[in-house]
Design a protein around this ligand. Structure first.
Ligand code: DAS
Length: 355
């Protein structure tokens, strides 16, 4: 059999992509907003799936690397940032959120995908879930391996994210996160493993699965989100500074005082057990509360369960807030958004129970 000349093979696939795009007119319009991360990473050795540089591959190359995207959607890309997500700031969240909101208002946009580093993906997902007033699918995706590594997961994760974002069934479910064939709510999902492709879990389980480009749904979010939110990204120009301090044996008040000194309007206590606070720290938190700093008890124990008000600490007496089932990093996001609307403890507690 005569060997197929690469040129003709390349021409054939280019023709295929062009045709697919042309025939895609009846396909949903999905915009991919790229921010960086491992899904845009590149390494020097196919055998090294954990040694690479994040945030190297531009969005157009990510799209070109998956010709079959044209089977599920008309896709175009925007490079919003090109950073590793551990370097996200509140300003990045606001800029990204405002861009997503603007695109969601466009009648020619059916769904939005955000490619993102995995380290703080859960924070961005919860933030957008809180502030985007849209029913349109917004799907955040990352990968645990760079595209240069064997068994890289980014290509299929991105294909799946586009398929979910282009599906009418995805509408009205809030901000979604898809990796490793699962679909999670941006509210619950968290990174539980730092070096495997099965890295993301939700304490209350995924919403569904995506298999061969088709979404299968098994539950719906129970908390307020997107269309049902009282927060509006277009009315927020600054997020409140909120910091997190860990609880552990031999803990001291130093970090809490330093954060307050640095301007924190709320402190998230990542407590032991049910958000417990060491006797060595309680007086400092009471003093800081007296100076107007909100104290919010979360727990370093994650994976299911929640901090119960007035159980481990007299929250009513101390005028403190409990983060309910939100882990410390998610509690920081909600506090940063909530404090743009109120400093009232009872109102803050309502928000932590409803979102
Ligand atoms: N540093 C990680 C980040 O950008 C890489 C990744 O896993 O995406 O979040």
């Amino acid at each position: 059999m005569k060997p197929v000349r690469i040129r003709s093979l390349f021409a054939a696939s280019a023709l295929f992509v062009a045709c697919s795009a042309a025939f895609g007119a009846d396909k949903p319009n999905v915009v991919i907003l790229a921010t960086g991360g491992t899904i845009a990473g590149a390494g020097a050795d196919v055998a090294k799936s954990a040694t690479y540089q994040a945030a190297k591959v531009p969005v157009d190359k990510l799209i070109a690397g998956i010709p079959t995207l044209a089977d599920v959607a008309q896709v175009r890309g925007e490079q919003v940032f090109q950073i590793a997500s551990e370097s996200f700031t509140n300003d990045h969240l606001l800029k990204l959120g405002k861009r997503v909101a603007a695109l969601a208002r466009q009648p020619d946009v059916d769904g939005i995908v955000i490619t993102h580093g995995t380290d703080t993906l859960e924070e961005t997902a919860f933030f957008l879930n809180l502030v985007l007033k849209t029913d349109k699918p917004v799907v955040i995706v990352g990968s645990m391996r760079p595209g240069t590594a064997m068994s890289a997961d980014g290509m299929l994760n991105l294909y799946n994210a586009v398929a979910v974002a282009g599906s009418k069934d995805s509408a009205g479910k809030g901000v979604l996160v898809t990796l490793n064939d699962e679909i999670h709510t941006g509210r619950d999902v968290t990174k539980t493993v730092n070096i495997k492709t099965e890295a993301f879990k939700s304490p209350w389980g995924p919403l569904g699965m995506i298999v061969e480009g088709k979404a299968y749904w098994f539950r719906a979010p129970a908390k307020r989100h997107t269309r049902g939110t009282e927060f509006d990204i277009d009315a927020i120009d600054t997020l409140a500074p909120v910091d997190i301090a860990y609880g552990y044996g031999n803990a001291t008040p130093t970090a809490y005082r330093a954060f307050a000194q640095g301007g924190a309007r709320a402190l998230i206590h990542a407590g032991t057990g049910n958000g417990s606070v060491s006797d060595a720290v309680v007086p400092a938190l009471q003093e800081l509360r007296g100076k107007g700093v909100q104290i919010i008890r979360s727990s370093r124990v994650t994976g299911g369960g929640f901090v119960l008000r007035n159980a481990e600490q007299p929250d009513d007496k101390y005028d403190w807030v409990v983060a309910h089932d939100l882990n410390p990093q998610k509690a920081r996001i909600l506090a940063s958004v909530a404090l743009t609307r109120t400093s009232d403890t009872r109102e803050l507690q309502r928000m932590f129970m409803e979102y």
